[in-house]
Design a protein around this ligand. Structure first.
Ligand code: OGA
Ligand code: MN
Length: 207
């Protein structure tokens, strides 16, 4: 059992891996960012909410321009909230608080908030090429996606495709992996998935 000093060292290690790869490639990736226990518990929450039909179709655009556009995206979502008093959501928020402190102190990012939702892509679902920042609201600064899928195979589809200026990068939605990039810079899409594809998606925000 690691003591809290070595635990926080391990945490810093994965924060460093994520931020270093972000600085090098514009896309930060870290495997096993979510501790296996927490990933398992969040996945259980998500499956329970899904079975209770609590997940809803996501819109594109912000509050004033919500368009339930099935041609653009077909995932369904449920927002995490401290008000749920759910142990695992709260553990997740604590991890994010630590990451935001780390990011603000190492990169002077000035992040003051965040929002995260559970996400389910049922088989046949996708999200067409898009940017995460809304045209009339620049509060979303960084996008983060954490995956909750064991043993993802190439034939399962559902890769995250990130478009760089003259190439693209495909990322497989493997359990515990996190992806981190600037919300207004990199167009990206979720390729059609052939298996249920589970994740937590969110944004680090200013004002
Ligand atoms: C999004 C998104 C990517 C993914 O929800 O905006 O781009 O890999 N998700 O789930
Ligand atoms: Mn996106």
């Amino acid at each position: 059992m690691p003591n809290s000093a070595s635990q926080s060292f391990l945490l810093k290690d994965s924060f460093n891996t994520l931020v270093d790869s972000f600085i090098d490639n514009k896309v930060g990736v870290a495997e096993n960012f979510l501790p296996a226990m927490l990933a398992g518990n969040l996945k259980e929450n998500l499956i329970k909410l899904y079975n209770e039909k609590q997940l809803q179709q996501a819109g594109t655009g912000n509050d004033t321009t919500v368009v339930h556009n099935k041609l653009m995206r077909s995932d369904i979502i449920y927002w995490l909230d401290r008000k749920h008093n759910n142990q695992y959501e709260n553990e997740f928020f604590e991890l994010m608080d630590n990451f935001v402190s780390f990011l603000n102190s190492t990169c002077y990012t000035g992040i003051t908030g965040y929002e995260f939702h559970y996400t389910m892509y049922e088989p046949g679902s996708f999200y067409k090429k898009h940017l995460d920042q809304f045209r009339n609201n620049d509060s979303r600064q960084y996008s983060m996606i954490l995956y909750l899928n064991d043993n993802w195979q190439d034939e399962d589809g559902g890769k995250l495709r990130i478009h760089h200026s003259d190439s693209f990068q495909d990322i497989s939605p493997e359990n515990g992996k996190i992806v981190f990039f600037k919300s207004n810079e990199l167009p990206h899409e979720v390729m059609i998935t052939n298996k249920p594809r589970l994740s937590i998606t969110g944004w680090l925000k200013i004002h």
